[in-house]
Design a binder for this molecule. Structure first.
Ligand SMILES: *[C@@H]1O[C@H](CO)[C@@H](O)[C@H](O)[C@H]1NC(C)=O
Ligand SMILES: *[C@@H]1O[C@H](CO)[C@@H](O)[C@H](O)[C@H]1NC(C)=O
Ligand SMILES: *[C@@H]1O[C@H](CO)[C@@H](O)[C@H](O)[C@H]1NC(C)=O
Ligand SMILES: *[C@@H]1O[C@H](CO)[C@@H](O)[C@H](O)[C@H]1NC(C)=O
Ligand SMILES: *[C@@H]1O[C@H](CO)[C@@H](O)[C@H](O)[C@H]1NC(C)=O
Ligand SMILES: *[C@@H]1O[C@H](CO)[C@@H](O)[C@H](O)[C@H]1NC(C)=O
Ligand SMILES: *[C@@H]1O[C@H](CO)[C@@H](O)[C@H](O)[C@H]1NC(C)=O
Ligand SMILES: *[C@@H]1O[C@H](CO)[C@@H](O)[C@H](O)[C@H]1NC(C)=O
Length: 687
């Protein structure tokens, strides 16, 4: 009876392997490690398509775009070396659990049954505090404690490689090691030839990276080739306190920047704090009212030097941690109330990713909030990407919405854009916001006119800022005229879902345009433009009445809106209906809401409802927009399908918003995009 015994042993081994780590509230496709801005944007890929299933040890962390950025963790316990992060060689620790909140990723590790590690990655989100939000820095807090009641001799090792500092790994890196006046030890690493405002593989080609920890007599450091620095720790449990001055290409004898802390005899719990961050004096090139100017990173108006920022951030950890806990708790309480635990699984994974595409710039008198269209094409300030992102902003800090709309309005009002409809984006590639003086940006005329009207009113309502509506009345009126001319019978054009192709008479796009006209009726009435207000109200009413005839398959069973007029056997997510609720317009009849809520469950697939009848893929942002305005049971369906997808998808990059509802795999290549801010759609309706 040998075979059954072997099978049992094998089954036990497999069980042990798979039971090694728990994941709470889900095993996400990628784990946020340091995600704070378009350039501080690093993950541990986890999905089964090439990822290692969500373990911190045994695989290298990556920049969102896929290139490895080595971040290494090793620990020596009573003379035996283990790996706890990355893939430097020694045996891995046993990961017991992984948990994420809105601001944190927390791993608990068992090291040989002797000590337990609590490894916390904290990327702060402080939209109410511009000073802190402007810092492109993130924390790594490593706690070590005995888990068997005995004392253990422990040394802790970490490093980053020069892969962090540029996307072209044949470019030459340079580095220094120093200590601040308040005793923070840091490696400063950067691209030797600084190319301001330039990117390679989406990593910045300029700026200075700071990898830091507290200096003490227990700390040793070393820069040098990966094998030398990591080897020194493995052999000696400490580093040589030496500096490699042979500045060289990132991929030549991979230079790494190590710290080793001799924790000595550990019984109780001891924590070591590290920070990683990027300083760039200049952040954005912007074509504003006075022509093209360079805009500074906003931290420069609070701090006079890079090391001052570093010290502030490092020493701010207890404040940052308690602020983060408050935000985690707020999002948890509100999400659970609005959509249950499954909804929190979605929102808490989305928060860092959404804000991680943004950056505060400017000076003490004028600030701007910029956004990168990460992954889809790198555009700056894309209107139809800000639009799906917008709910998280309205929920967390509606005053910041103005700083996001301002650059778009400033550029177009100063006559830098020739088309009578709204521009699609403010620049072909971040960090250049140099506009489109030739008017040849990707044309999404109905889409962007509707978006700008809806977003401007949503901002003004939540901030009681009617002056903003008056200030921008002329251009808003210009875009309304475009909608009056074009929205009811949309020409053959693309919507924001450009990958799905161009189509005439798109029902959902027409609805956005008509809601845009109604939004302008409200804007006119709020700004003492009563004649316009009455006129736009009449036009919008006429259009929405006609739209209900043109866009609904009344004879279908059950009836539903179509993808395009007259195509009765088509359907799609009617996500633009959300604008009616967001602006509290009470404009579209309740019967339309009820009809759609009854319809969606009839076309549900394993992981959700397809975007439309052309494909089997969907968009998670539009699913949550649709859920937010659906009946309770249909809302629950959308939310539980998306939460299930997060836990089961084989995709292994930062949360894609475009996936196949049958297989759970990618719909296209999108990853790490800020549109996951749209997952907060339920919460934006509550303020
Ligand atoms: C791990 O550390 C973090 C931050 O110090 C703390 O919030 C969390 O409760 C700890 N988790 C465990 C399981 O000890
Ligand atoms: C931004 O514009 C500058 C020229 O001003 C150019 O050198 C740089 O490559 C552009 N950056 C990107 C990411 O396209
Ligand atoms: C602040 O920024 C604004 C907008 O870019 C600019 O017009 C102004 O000159 C700046 N002020 C200072 C003191 O640099
Ligand atoms: C769009 O819809 C209108 C109104 O039903 C119709 O007259 C027109 O032919 C349609 N256009 C296309 C290209 O189908
Ligand atoms: C705007 O005000 C007019 C009265 O001047 C009113 O008839 C109309 O309903 C108002 N429109 C909206 C959208 O509130
Ligand atoms: C209403 O608006 C339309 C479209 O701009 C315009 O042609 C018409 O003259 C306006 N009517 C009034 C009474 O202002
Ligand atoms: C679509 O359905 C409507 C009623 O719901 C009907 O009037 C129209 O003729 C149908 N169109 C086609 C092409 O079947
Ligand atoms: C959806 O997938 C099924 C197979 O599961 C396939 O038969 C069908 O053609 C696909 N539909 C579309 C619109 O691609």
């Amino acid at each position: 009876m040998k075979t059954p015994g072997r099978i049992l042993a094998l089954a036990a081994a497999i069980f042990e392997l798979t039971a090694a780590s728990t994941f709470s509230p889900a095993r996400p496709p990628a784990i946020p490690l340091a995600v704070k801005s378009p350039y501080l944007n690093f993950y541990q890929f986890a999905g089964s398509d090439g990822g290692n299933g969500g373990l911190l040890a045994g695989e290298w962390p990556s920049f969102w775009a896929g290139q490895i950025a080595a971040w290494t963790g090793m620990i020596k316990v009573d003379g035996t070396t283990y790996t706890w992060m990355g893939n430097p060689g020694p045996q891995s620790v046993t990961q017991k659990s992984f948990e994420y909140t809105s601001t944190r990723s927390v791993f608990i590790m068992d090291v040989g049954g002797r000590v337990e590690m609590n490894i916390t990655f904290l990327s702060p989100i402080t939209p109410e505090d511009q000073k802190r939000q402007s810092l492109i820095f993130s924390y790594l807090d490593v706690g070590v404690q005995s888990m068997d009641g005995h004392s253990h001799d422990v040394q802790l090792y970490t490093d980053v490689s020069a892969e962090w500092v540029a996307g072209d790994h044949s470019s030459v890196a340079q580095w220094e090691y120093d200590t601040t006046s308040d005793n923070i030890a840091y490696h400063r690493v950067y691209r030797q030839t600084q190319l301001e405002f330039s990117e390679t593989s989406d990593q910045a080609d300029w700026g200075y990276w700071y990898w830091a920890t507290k200096n003490s007599e227990k700390l040793t450091y070393q820069s040098g080739a990966d094998v030398d620095v990591r080897g020194a720790f493995q052999s000696n449990g400490k580093l040589a306190n030496t500096k490699d001055t042979n500045f060289r290409p990132i991929n030549q004898d991979y230079p790494v920047f190590g710290f080793s802390v001799d924790l000595g005899i550990v019984t109780g719990s001891v924590n070591t704090l590290y920070t990683i961050g990027l300083t760039q004096e200049q952040a954005i090139q912007f074509d504003g009212a006075t022509g093209v100017v360079a805009l500074a990173s906003l931290w420069t108006s609070y701090f006079s030097s890079e090391t001052e920022v570093l010290s502030f951030f490092y020493n701010d950890y207890s404040t940052a941690a308690s602020t983060a806990t408050s935000l985690d708790n707020k999002i948890a309480t509100d999400s659970i109330a609005a959509g249950g635990q499954d909804y929190l699984t979605i929102t808490s994974l989305s928060a860092r990713q959404a804000l991680g595409a943004t950056q505060l710039v400017g000076n003490s008198t004028k600030q701007y909030f910029f956004l990168k269209e990460i992954s889809s094409d790198g555009n700056t300030q894309t209107v139809d990407v800000i639009f799906p992102f917008y709910p998280i902003l309205l929920y967390l800090q509606p005053s910041l919405a103005k700083l996001m709309l301002d650059p778009l309005l400033e550029n177009q009002e100063s006559g830098q854009y020739p088309n009578k409809y709204s521009m699609h984006d403010l620049g072909a590639h971040y960090p250049n916001a140099t506009g489109h003086p030739d008017g040849k940006d990707e044309p999404q005329p109905l889409e962007e006119c509707g978006n700008m009207l809806i977003m401007t009113l949503a901002y003004a309502q939540r901030n009681n800022d009617n002056a903003y509506l008056s200030q921008h009345y002329n251009i808003l009126k210009q875009w309304t005229q475009y909608l009056i001319d074009e929205a009811l019978v949309p020409a053959d054009q693309i919507s924001t879902d450009d990958f799905a192709g161009s189509l005439a008479n798109q029902t959902d796009l027409a609805l956005k345009g008509i809601i845009g006209i109604q939004a302008m009726a409200v804007i006119a009435n709020l700004t003492d433009n009563a004649v316009d207000g009455a006129n736009y109200t009449d036009i919008a009413q006429d259009y929405i009445t006609q739209w209900q005839t043109l866009g609904i398959a009344h004879d279908a069973n059950p009836p539903h809106t179509t993808l395009a007029y007259g195509m009765n056997d088509t359907h799609g997510l009617l996500y633009n209906l959300y604008g009616d609720k967001l602006l509290k317009l009470n404009f579209v009849p309740q019967s339309v809401y009820d009809m759609q809520s009854a319809f969606y469950p009839t076309v549900e697939q394993k992981y959700g409802v397809p975007l439309d009848t052309r494909h089997n893929y969907t968009k998670s942002d539009w699913e949550m927009w649709t859920a937010a305005i659906a009946s309770d049971s249909t809302k629950k369906m959308f939310i539980s399908d998306l939460a299930k997808w997060i836990n089961e998808t084989p995709t292994n990059k930062a949360l894609t918003d475009w996936y196949d509802v049958q297989t759970g795999d990618f719909g296209g290549g999108f990853t790490a995009r800020p549109v996951v801010g749209g997952h907060f759609a339920l919460l934006a309706l509550q303020n």
